[in-house]
Design a binder for this molecule. Structure first.
Ligand code: ZN
Length: 287
């Protein structure tokens, strides 16, 4: 029964098949051809209701959709390709494939919104979060990703990975932040205010996070992010950590990187703190 299939198991199984295929045939492993994989998925899992159509559709207000024919013997996967980058389209296709693999028994039709697909509010039980998690694991297998980064922790390395996997820089950065042991924070901002921010576990544990979903947060004045004369800094500039984190001790610095994400009309800032550095207010420190 596919009820037991989780996003991790489904992605692992397909990753294994894709690894073998490219080894045997000597073909390129990345980026994943999601269209071909979707059409072959029922075959791989031994199911009788395949995805038979994968088509672009320019329908306002949705990124992707999945629905069956009348007797549920075949499925159609639609994706919006209007003004979208290949990376976003690939992520959307993989997200819908995730719904097909994981959720089609519990829901008949899936229509996925125009939210930023790679940065939904996370809730382990939500089908949307599970489909996202499947898509990220399928497109950017963890072992390969961490081997590619190999100690590197900047937009240089992350841009190269985004290129390798055919995904947006946002999707690649989030994937890295969820698995790295480095203290790093991604801040996505526009017009001087944060749209959202995401911290690696090590960063959050040491107080380096921004509650940008709960309150309007301004970009600090002396940051590289606020400096309009700099539009690109992939490898980073050293600045005082207290610029971003007021409780950081004197003398502590961090690497600040910056890149304009034209696709979303936003700017992405990556902050990298030294290992082990805490920026909690002293009396909040639980250690
Ligand atoms: Zn969805």
């Amino acid at each position: 029964m596919n009820n037991a299939l989780t996003s991790a198991k489904a992605a692992y199984k397909l990753t294994h098949i894709l690894d073998l295929y490219s080894q045997v045939h000597g073909t390129r492993r990345f980026p994943v051809d999601v269209v071909e994989l979707a059409k072959d998925a029922a075959n791989q899992f031994g199911w009788s209701d395949p995805i038979t159509q994968v088509e672009a559709a320019d329908i306002k207000g949705f990124e992707g959709a999945l629905f069956p024919n009348d007797d549920k013997s075949a499925w159609c996967l639609l994706y919006n390709n209007a003004m979208k980058s290949p990376g976003r389209i690939r992520f959307t296709q993989a997200h819908e494939l995730g719904h097909y693999l994981l959720h089609r028994q519990q829901q008949a039709i899936f229509q996925c919104g125009e939210d930023d697909v790679v940065n939904r509010e996370e809730s382990e039980i939500s089908t949307e979060a599970q489909a996202d998690s499947f898509a990220a694991a399928l497109l950017m297998p963890r072992n390969d990703f961490m081997a590619q980064m190999d100690g590197c922790a900047d937009f240089e390395g992350l841009s190269a990975c985004a290129e390798r996997y055919g995904v947006s820089l946002t999707a690649a950065t989030l994937r890295w932040l969820k698995h790295t042991d480095r203290q790093a924070v991604l801040v996505v901002h526009r017009d001087g205010y944060m749209n959202w921010a995401f911290s690696s576990q090590a960063a959050a544990r040491n107080g380096a996070f921004f509650p940008s979903r709960r309150q309007l947060m301004a970009i600090p004045e002396k940051s590289l992010a606020a400096d309009e004369s700099v539009s690109l800094d992939r490898s980073g500039t050293e600045i005082a950590a207290s610029t971003w984190f007021p409780h950081a001790r004197d003398g502590l610095s961090l690497q600040e990187m910056k890149i304009a994400a034209n696709e979303y009309d936003t700017v992405m800032t990556l902050l990298l703190l030294p290992r082990g550095a805490s920026v909690w207010q002293p009396w909040e420190n639980q250690d």
